[in-house]
Design a protein around this ligand. Sequence first.
Ligand code: 2BA
Length: 111
Amino acid sequence: MKIIYAIVSSDDGTRVTDVLNEHQFSVTRLATTGGFLKKGNVTLMIGTEAEKVDDAIHLIKDTCGKRQKITCSVPAPNISSVSAGYMMMPMTVELGGATIFVIDVERYEKI
Ligand code: 2BA
């Protein structure tokens, strides 16, 4: 038996929990905060047999792996139209990703 801790972005938390549940993984979702950025994220706790760990990690990677999105930044109200035009240029931002820990479970009981 293993326990997987997967820290994902808050935006991906619900989707990845649903996908894992659809594949018969039990998940506990914790609302957590990154120590560096002090921004909310989600930590998933998934208890599973050792041979299913890779399947769970593949599902997490497929659902919330790093990806890119093209977006336009919104100019601040006090910026001139010339600067604003420049700031409205599309830019590529990176989203998603997961930090995963896999830990041995010494004892597992449901009472
Ligand atoms: P990531 O490395 O993708 O980490 C995303 C979040 O995953 C972290 O949020 C933290 O909640 C968790 N995490 C990552 N590695 C961990 C570990 N070894 N142990 C426990 N939890 C871990 P934040 O702490 O807010 O970090 C957000 C992003 O800021 C990180 O993205 C990384 O790119 C950067 N970062 C974190 N610590 C840094 C540092 N000391 N110096 C420079 N950049 C840092």
